[in-house]
Design a protein around this ligand. Structure first.
Ligand code: ADP
Ligand code: MG
Length: 703
């Protein structure tokens, strides 16, 4: 790309200089472009800024005025209050900052402030600002000859930038005043969208978008500008993922599985149930991928119990009837064993061999299993990740299914695709329902099938929220269920008691329950600090019914499937995210008997409202959407979600899903047309991608 002025270091801009340049990196700014993309964090509509004379007691408003006098006022109770008197052409008002005497050193007579807050009556009209900004700095010479305040022209909007101690608001404003014309003039150097594409999406050009954000004429302008930057961000992320997708699926041919219906049809006829509409749809998508030469890299998303395993079994049979082998990997050995049992049951009528390969096999059994895989005499194998990691050889591996894929990161997912002996199709299953937009953003390199329909005849789990002082009744309920032959979980957020937080912990409560309320039943303890073998032993004992009540931390979220367990008690439920609660609730109600989920939570907090959302629905997608709304997308992208490093700085997945869909489609089409982005018209995109998205490209192994 031709060199742009925007690539110049920020210190060459007017009013910056070497000293201030040192303060910029803290704001994530090193180049002129960074400064241009340093956008206001707040907009105040000038039409809501009142002339000071018109501020009335009781009003919640904003005002702009010059500091006429100021000082610290001590009170009888030792509190020191900083006060300033602001004036404009229409009048004066007192502004008070209790407990902030240090502001006296920060603010000068003659400074112009924007203050926002409630007007009260206290020796006259007074504002205690929620927020304030120094719009203009008095010269150090003092306020002697101040011109009138440059008050809002009609339609003007005041902007407030993210600032720091070293680069306060008024300094930033000064720097923008001197440079913004030039910066905005260079903005279109980066433009990579054609007029036609922009018109189609109704998005402004870069220069215009940034003008709308820095110098809005109307309070609605910034949103229009933001949408443009949001689209850019989504498009570039999707480009990274589209390249990963191409790398995984198209660069070299995969397997075109042959469908003979030799196994798939008999299984359909033998199944004791009809597939749900969602299962049938997912299978059509999977079959179509598998039969094509293009390698499949697909995610099957669906709540616990939505029938993912059944879908996976059909996919595996398609591979087998076409002469290949299929492997299913579970996150734990116990789950692998359970899967093997369940799959054997399903395919029993059509007589297909299902091998189990885990660390528990004896040496001889293991050798036999490995030989069967290498010779091709074992068509289906179930195990843990060891199945593909430890040099297990296959005669003709055609499909790999990964269960509970959310436990594995992008890296592991990519490693899975890097076998050099074969290019098996890949189906990853996830029981963590997430809104479609989030799935597209996180897993843009995959194709996605969703099971959004539950098989009929399931009794939904009944959920109740209880106060801590109802615990006795909860324990009585557990005892009653155990008497009826059922089992229960009691989950705590902590392993050990902590001095700092007054929470019940698994270890201590295990001792207490065992000695008291649950003395007459068999209680077990499970948490992440136990040695692997011990964990395994406890889970097996619970699965076998040798333990009635399992006291645990969230380690049970994945890794165990016990249809006889009917009660899930979650202590300090307010501590858990909704999606996590949903995973825990999914552990019960898996058998014929009705399931009960009891949330024990302190009353009177916001949390109760959250828990009420959870109580009122069992739809995982609805819960995930609520979680996204409540917690925000930041949490869901992990830790690097702040400032310039944030994966999504401008886009909001809850509102920009329309842009996301277009971004994914366009990105995929672009990578198909011009995989290396070599065409001259794509030069800017390529430059931007390698300059800004190097880390992400490397993460996906396509750097
Ligand atoms: P998941 O893997 O999504 O948690 P499973 O595939 O294990 O769900 O299915 C849960 C239970 O529902 C199993 O007992 C399975 O046999 C049964 N099942 C699956 N699909 C259907 C269906 N279409 N109708 C009735 N029962 C089904
Ligand atoms: Mg499952």
């Amino acid at each position: 790309m031709s060199y742009s002025q925007l690539d110049r270091p920020v210190q060459f801009l007017k009013g910056v200089g070497p000293k201030r340049a040192e303060a910029f990196p803290k704001l994530g700014i090193t180049t002129a472009r960074d400064l241009l993309y340093h956008l206001p964090r707040r907009y105040d509509d000038a039409s809501t800024v009142e002339p000071i004379g018109r501020l009335e007691v009781g009003m919640d408003g904003s005002a702009i005025g010059r500091v006429r006098s100021k000082g610290v006022i001590p009170t009888r109770r030792g509190l020191r209050i900083f006060q300033a008197v602001l004036e404009d052409d229409s009048g004066i008002i007192t502004v008070a900052w209790p407990g902030q005497p240090w502001l006296d050193r920060k603010l000068r007579k003659g400074d112009v402030l924007l203050v926002t807050g409630k007007v009260r009556f206290f020796h006259g009209r007074q504002i205690q600002p929620r927020e304030f900004t120094v719009l203009e700095r008095a010269s150090s010479a003092g306020p002697a000859e101040q011109a009138g305040i440059d008050r809002a022209e009609p339609g003007l909007v005041f902007v407030t930038y993210p600032a720091t101690e070293e680069l306060p608001q008024w300094v930033l404003r000064g720097i923008f005043e001197k440079n913004l014309d030039a910066l905005l003039g260079w903005a279109d150097d980066d433009e990579y969208l054609s007029d036609e594409v922009r018109a189609r999406l109704d998005l402004p050009g870069l220069g215009e978008a940034l003008t709308l954000l820095h110098r809005p004429a109307d309070i609605r302008d910034p949103e229009r500008g933001r949408r443009r930057l949001a689209f850019d961000e989504l498009l570039f992320l999707q480009l990274v993922q589209a390249r990963a997708r191409r790398h995984a699926t198209e660069m070299e041919p995969g397997i075109a599985h042959e469908r003979t219906n030799e196994l798939v049809r008999p299984l359909h006829e033998a199944l004791p149930f009809e597939l749900t509409g969602a299962q049938a749809r997912a299978l059509r998508e999977i079959y179509s991928d598998m039969q094509s030469e293009r390698r499949m890299n697909r995610m099957l998303q669906g709540d616990v119990g939505s029938g993912k395993t059944a879908v996976a079994v059909f996919a595996m049979l398609l591979a087998v009837e076409g002469g290949r082998q299929a492997a299913l990997m579970a996150p734990t050995e116990i789950l692998a064993e359970q899967h093997a049992r369940g799959i054997r049951e399903l395919v029993e009528p059509i007589d297909v061999d299902v091998r189990l390969l885990t660390g528990r096999l004896g040496a001889r059994e293991r050798r036999e299993a490995l030989e069967a895989l290498a010779s091709g005499s074992a068509p289906i194998v179930v195990g843990t990740h060891a199945l593909i990691q430890e040099g297990v050889e296959y005669d003709a591996l055609g499909l790999v299914v990964v269960d509970e894929q959310h436990r594995f990161g992008v890296k592991q997912r990519m490693a899975l695709l890097e076998r050099d002996d074969a290019r098996p199709d890949v189906l990853v299953m996830s029981a963590t329902p997430i809104p479609r937009s989030l799935a597209m953003a996180l897993y843009g390199d995959l194709d996605i099938s969703v099971l959004d329909e539950m098989p009929p005849g399931r009794t939904p789990v009944v959920t109740a929220v209880r106060d801590p002082d109802a615990r006795e009744a909860v324990h009585a309920f557990i005892r009653e269920q155990v008497r009826e032959g059922r089992q229960a979980y009691v989950v705590y957020p902590l392993v050990d008691e902590s001095e700092k937080i007054d929470l019940l912990s698994a270890k201590q409560e295990y001792e207490r329950l065992r000695a008291g309320p649950l003395a007459d039943v068999r209680v077990g303890l499970l948490h992440g600090q136990l040695a692997g073998e011990e964990k395994d032993r406890v889970m097996r004992a619970f699965a076998a019914g040798a333990i009635d009540v399992l006291v645990a931390t969230t380690v049970i979220e994945v890794g165990i499937d016990v249809p006889n367990a009917t009660v899930m008690v979650i202590e300090h439920a307010e501590r858990f995210g909704l999606s996590q609660l949903h995973q825990l609730r999914g552990r019960v109600g898996r058998g014929r008997a009705a399931g009960h989920c009891i949330l024990v939570a302190d009353p009177g907090e916001d949390a109760r409202e959250r828990l009420e959302v959870f109580r009122s629905t069992t739809d995982g997608f609805e819960i995930a959407a609520a979680d996204l709304r409540i917690r925000g997308q930041g949490d869901l992208f992990g830790s690097r979600q702040h400032g310039k490093d944030a994966m999504l700085r401008f886009a909001d997945l809850m509102v920009d899903d329309d842009l996301l869909i277009v971004a994914q489609r366009d990105a995929r089409a672009l990578v198909t047309r011009d995989p290396e982005l070599e065409r001259p018209e794509h030069a800017r995109i390529r430059a931007h991608l390698s300059a800004r998205y190097r880390d992400r490209l490397a993460l996906y192994g396509v750097g």
